[in-house]
Design a binder for this molecule. Structure first.
Ligand SMILES: [Zn+2]
Length: 233
């Protein structure tokens, strides 16, 4: 009885804290978030860089016997060509045929590394829905101020975004203060043998990361019912 009472009081206290904090929470007053200054980056060229990546139909399938690795190898050939310094200067390993793990040596060996993740694969186009696409899923179209295609958000924007930043930093001679791992899986949408192999390898090497950053979502408007402001998913 006593334990039940204690648990009950705990639950009520937790609920009270949650309610008070929820009521007190307010998003920033303004919805006008200024875009990041691009400096000498060329917006059109960056858009085209991602759009080209979308032309490789790197579709993952749960049936390993059916898995077509060729589009992944083509995509990786493209990435090598677009990010020559990254592929030449940062050593990388391949797991499960098409998952990539880069290890970018940091200045301070005593600090734990961090891990940035994104995945190369996309889900298939549902048969019969081809006509519903504003632009063909694997055409890699830049139009109307957007980049169109399967994987534009999930998750080639992540792969290309990370690699664009790393390539630029290498060009500028940047050495990260701590080691940075980059992990690009090839089968995230179907269970992630690649991610599992990386996790096992890092564990065997006794590597602990201080944090990892994986795909989140987009900053979307009108995707959450009842919320009309922009929300980072
Ligand atoms: Zn994803």
């Amino acid at each position: 009885m006593r334990i039940i009472k204690i648990v009950l009081v705990g639950v009520i206290l937790l609920a009270a804290v949650l309610i008070v904090r929820t009521l007190g929470f307010a998003p920033p007053a303004s919805d006008d978030i200024a875009p990041i200054a691009l400096g000498e980056w060329n917006e059109q060229e960056l858009a085209q860089g991602l759009a080209t990546a979308l032309t490789y139909p790197s579709i993952s399938t749960g049936d390993i016997a059916e898995f077509d690795y060729e589009p992944f190898f083509d995509l990786q050939r493209y990435l090598k060509q677009r990010f020559p310094k990254t592929f030449a200067e940062i050593p990388y390993e391949v797991f499960e045929k098409a998952t990539l793990l880069f290890r970018w040596q940091g200045a301070d060996e005593t600090r734990n590394p961090i891990l940035l993740m994104a995945h190369q694969d996309v889900v298939p186009v549902i048969p019969g829905t081809e006509d519903e696409w504003s632009y063909p899923p694997f055409a890699g179209t830049v139009a109307d101020g957007y980049i169109w295609g399967r994987g534009a958000i999930d998750d080639k924007a992540g792969v290309l975004g990370i690699l664009e930043a790393v390539e630029r930093h290498l060009q500028e001679g940047f050495v990260p203060p701590r080691t940075i791992y980059l992990a690009f899986g090839h089968d995230e949408e179907v269970g992630g043998l690649g991610a599992r192999a990386i996790a096992t390898a890092l564990q065997k090497r006794n590597i602990t990361v201080d944090f990892l950053l994986d795909e989140g979502g987009v900053i979307a408007k009108g995707m959450i019912p009842g919320v009309d402001k922009r929300v980072a998913l």
